[in-house]
Design a protein around this ligand. Structure first.
Ligand code: G3I
Length: 353
């Protein structure tokens, strides 16, 4: 029985008053929140099982790497769009939406950008890049992570914005410059600021939420074009979600007129128990706390995980397990079998009308 049929059955028996708001919304039969994943081109084009999983579950894709500076810009004068174009074409052929990630970040920068030596040069390189990349996919990529991870690791007065080549030469103004340039390149594109570690019940989590709210409010007060906040959601399975703190945070962002997207959800499981069933349950519970806390204040426009199968995930690069067991941070296991995390995502995305 489909979940909605079950809900409708409950209504038929007069049980409507017992439905939670989410189930009542589902009963109303609205469109689910589009779900998607970041994509690695190699498995997409070489592994039929990976491709099948993407097509079965996803409405949205985003490249894990091919639109980053490191992949696009081997040197100052060259743009290599082949891999990004390949994914764009695949998305269009299969009726999938493709998001853009990312235009201004500290990470994945090619070495030649260290030669940038002045504010004028930084301004020229950043704007040329954004005009070229957003312009190329104008009307096709409708939502861009324009600025990725602008916050310092642990924001403190005087240290709010993370070091990057752009911050070094332009200060925090690089954020406004990137947003305005992307807006000029495609006035219809959704402009997103995307960041992580804002959900934790820790001093650092609270400091990051406050710094992010201050940043967003300042941009909006000054009329800088900005449409949405991307909450990445690289959750640490062993650190509790600050449910009320996250709900209040999302409510404040929404009150500024910004949309919310969940852009990179996964659950880092290096410090969770080894046995698979126990670990998968803890991963799912953590994601449920996170999504429910967001959903209590806003309907996120999209929910994306940072990968769909445990076979292809960035997590072991930084968070491999001491017991040597493979990480299990994603909704499908390494054999493409759905895990409890997939149930949580499907239930959540179907819970809004
Ligand atoms: O290209 C080489 C390849 O030739 C080699 O075989 C392979 C061996 O490990 O490394 C490949 O490059 C790696 C690349 O991922 C491709 O998987 C890089 O070393 C590695 O640094 C790169 O990491 C990516 C990272 O961003 C930096 O761009 C991760 O895949 C990607 O998942 C991660 O994504 C970030 C988001 O953009 C922003 N939010 C956090 C998220 C996770 O860190």
């Amino acid at each position: 029985m489909q979940r909605r049929d079950f809900v409708l059955g409950a209504i038929g028996t007069g049980a409507l008053s017992y439905l939670t708001p989410a189930l009542a919304a589902m009963a109303a039969g609205g469109e689910p929140i589009p779900y998607g994943t970041c994509i690695r081109n190699d498995p997409l084009f070489e592994d039929p099982a990976y491709r099948k999983a993407v097509l079965e579950y996803c409405k949205v894709v985003v490249s894990e790497g091919s639109l980053k500076w490191g992949d696009l810009r081997p040197d100052r004068h060259t743009f290599t769009f082949e891999q990004a174009d390949r994914l764009m074409t695949f998305a269009e052929e299969h009726g999938l939406e493709m998001r853009g990630h990312t235009l201004a970040w500290y990470g994945a920068m090619p070495d030649w950008t260290n030669e940038i030596a002045s504010p004028e040069e930084a301004r020229l390189e950043l704007t040329t890049h954004i005009r070229s990349v957003v312009g190329r996919y104008k009307g096709r990529i409708k939502s861009w992570d324009v600025v990725n991870e602008p916050l310092s690791d642990f924001p403190k007065p005087g240290d709010l914005i993370r070091e990057s080549i752009w911050q070094k030469h332009l200060g925090a103004d690089y954020i406004e410059l990137a947003l305005r340039t992307a807006h000029e390149a495609d006035p219809d594109v959704q402009l997103v600021i995307n960041d992580y570690d804002i959900e934790q019940a820790t001093d650092r989590g609270r400091a990051r939420r406050k710094a992010l709210l201050d940043l967003l409010r300042d941009l909006i007060d000054r009329g800088v074009p900005l449409h949405a906040l991307g909450i990445q959601g690289h959750l640490k399975g062993d650190i509790p979600i600050d449910k009320s703190g996250l709900t209040s945070f999302v409510a404040e962002v929404k009150a500024m007129g910004l949309a919310i997207l969940v852009t990179e959800l996964d659950v880092i499981d290096d410090a969770l128990p080894g046995p698979e069933a126990e670990r998968d349950a803890a991963v799912a519970a953590c994601a449920r706390d996170f999504l429910d806390a967001i959903g209590a204040a806003a309907r996120p426009e999209r929910v994306l995980t940072w990968g769909i199968t445990d076979q292809h995930t960035w997590v072991p690069i930084w968070f491999s397990r001491q017991d040597g067991l493979p990480n299990r941070p994603l909704p499908l296991d390494a054999d493409f079998k759905p895990k409890p995390l997939m149930d949580v995502i499907q239930e959540f995305t179907h819970s809004f009308s």
